[in-house]
Design a protein around this ligand. Structure first.
Ligand SMILES: C[S@@+](CC[C@H](N)C(=O)[O-])C[C@H]1O[C@@H](n2cnc3c(N)ncnc32)[C@H](O)[C@@H]1O
Length: 188
């Protein structure tokens, strides 16, 4: 059980480490965390000195949980958690850093998301994407599509390069990692 748990979590630890390695110094940054879930990335950004962090998730329970934890940790004044669909929400501000960790797994049409992110002109757009692998891919398909009735989507490096180019990101890096890709891009 310990081994299975470790294998399942390996990708999550790697993603977390890569995210903060690539974000670099967050002092004073305005951060958007798309599909913030339990707020673990938003809260860590605030702890690392970000000036303002907006976490958005369309699941009310996730937003409530994030708000509660941000209060407990003492960073609630720097964080705003919004319960809405990322594509439907009208943002009033721009962001220096946009995070989308574990978000694109659920996105049927990533083209629109890429275009909306590009409009913020972020210094860094940090995102993870799953890829189909014979063992994990089939296991995920059974777990999500058939048991939870939640469709999930996979990506290839070629598709990702096409998405970045189409949304006119000036630079992007597609890094193969455990069970998928970790990507860092920018519009400047
Ligand atoms: C796997 S969780 C990842 C959470 C967090 N980023 C992390 O890595 O811990 C994906 C989250 O994205 C949210 N989500 C998916 N599609 C969304 C959309 N269109 N707008 C807002 N939230 C969305 C889900 O509700 C879910 O909480």
């Amino acid at each position: 059980m310990y081994l299975v748990n470790n294998l399942l979590r390996k990708g999550l630890y790697e993603r977390y480490r890569l995210t903060f390695e690539h974000c670099g110094d967050l002092s004073g940054a305005r951060v958007l965390d798309m599909g913030c879930g339990t707020g673990r990335y938003s809260i860590e950004c605030a702890k690392r000195g970000a000036a303002h962090v907006v976490g958005i998730d369309f699941a009310p329970s996730m937003v409530e949980y994030s708000q509660k934890i941000a209060q407990e940790i003492g960073v609630a004044d720097k964080c705003a958690f919004i319960c809405d669909d990322f594509l439907a929400h009208q943002f009033e501000e721009r962001f220096d850093i946009v995070l989308a960790l574990g978000f694109f797994d659920y996105i049927e049409e990533p083209e629109s998301v890429f275009k909306k992110v590009a409009q913020f002109c972020p210094r860094k757009f940090v995102a993870s994407f799953p890829k189909f692998t014979p063992i994990w891919g089939i296991q995920r398909m059974i777990r999500y599509k058939w048991i939870k009735r939640c469709p999930i989507y996979n990506y290839t490096a070629e598709r990702l390069e096409h998405l970045y180019r189409q949304a006119e990101f000036k630079r992007y890096q597609v890094i193969p990692c455990h069970k998928g890709f970790f990507c860092v891009a920018g519009t400047e």
